[in-house]
Design a protein around this ligand. Structure first.
Ligand code: HXC
Length: 267
């Protein structure tokens, strides 16, 4: 689908997208790139990163792939440094890396719980923390008058309760809290806007393939407020939040789900 935004709204900007090799993270990378940004994508699977970078290049987007795991301190630091070294600045950080699986709470080990918290929640904070010095107003390579933007990919499952995802629910609730805390502190101190996007069920993503049994998918498709969204819908929200269009938006969690979370039982 064609973008309603002008093609140069992110001209000269540099974005780093964790989990940018596939799914929602890749579509965000593609759309940021199509609107003028240079893009670094971070991920754990090298072959996935390589083909994503090739695809971005085929659209004429300056892009690099950085192999790493948001759970590792060194990987987070190296990824941010490499982005800066390669492109000379950093303006936008998108935290899209996530982990999830369906498991009844009584069968989930503390380590399974910790693994998802470590990827989604601590991984998000870790990347924000490493990126701070480059994103802040007056940071290396930046325009001295403006800071950058952070977008944390959230979810809707934690607004109430969801079956078999106690770990992801807790992790995303904490991500939403991190978004608000950093928006307050870093908005005030460093002119960095920090926002979230809460996608509903988005077709062709690991979230839906991994977490939604076939009968749930057909149920969702029958409800007017519960249709599937496209990765494009999330990328358009990211463009809005990352660009000047969202310059007065800070600390919000933009729900992009077609109103799905309002209906019960939720997906
Ligand atoms: C129960 C499980 C499990 C499962 C893993 N564990 N899978 N427990 N049921 N299906 C437990 C393991 O037993 C182990 O605990 C601990 O979790 C760590 O598992 P590992 O396999 O060693 O971890 P790792 O290889 O690092 O893989 C991380 C992962 C994996 C999160 C478990 O699924 C992953 O890499 N996922 C990334 C891709 C992904 O999930 N994307 C979907 C995002 S969707 P013990 O105690 O045995 O040591 C999304 C949308 C959210 O985020 C909103 C949806 C509506």
């Amino acid at each position: 689908m064609e973008s309603p935004f002008k093609a140069d709204i992110l001209k000269g900007k540099v974005a780093l997208v964790t989990g940018g090799g596939s799914g929602i993270g890749y579509e965000i990378s593609l759309q940021l790139g199509k609107h003028g940004a240079s893009v670094a994508i971070m991920g754990r699977r090298k072959h996935v990163l390589d083909s994503a970078v090739a695809a971005l290049h085929s659209h004429g987007i300056p892009a690099i792939g950085l192999h790493g795991d948001v759970r590792k301190e060194d990987d987070a630091a190296r990824t941010v440094e490499s982005t800066f070294k390669h492109f000379g600045r950093l303006d936008i950080l998108v935290n899209a890396a996530a982990g999830n699986f369906l498991v009844p709470a009584e069968d989930l080990s503390p380590n399974g719980f910790r693994t998802v918290i470590d990827i989604d929640t601590i991984g998000t904070f870790r990347m924000c923390r490493e990126a701070l010095k480059y994103l802040k107003k007056g940071g290396p390579g930046k325009d001295p008058s403006t800071g950058g933007a952070i977008i944390n990919i959230s979810a809707i499952l934690q607004f109430g309760a969801s079956w078999y995802q106690i770990h992801a629910s807790a992790a995303k609730a904490a991500v939403d809290s991190i978004t608000r805390s950093l928006a307050l502190e870093w908005g005030e101190d460093h002119d960095i806007r920090v926002n979230g996007i809460a996608p509903g069920a988005i077709e062709d993503t690991a979230g839906v393939v991994k977490l939604a049994p076939e009968e749930m998918i057909s149920k969702v498709k029958q409800k007017p407020l519960s249709k599937f969204g496209e990765k494009w819908d999330i990328a358009m929200a990211a463009l809005y939040l990352a660009s000047e269009a969202g310059k007065f938006v800070n600390g919000t969690n933009l729900v992009v789900d077609g109103g799905q979370w309002l209906s019960k039982p939720r997906f």
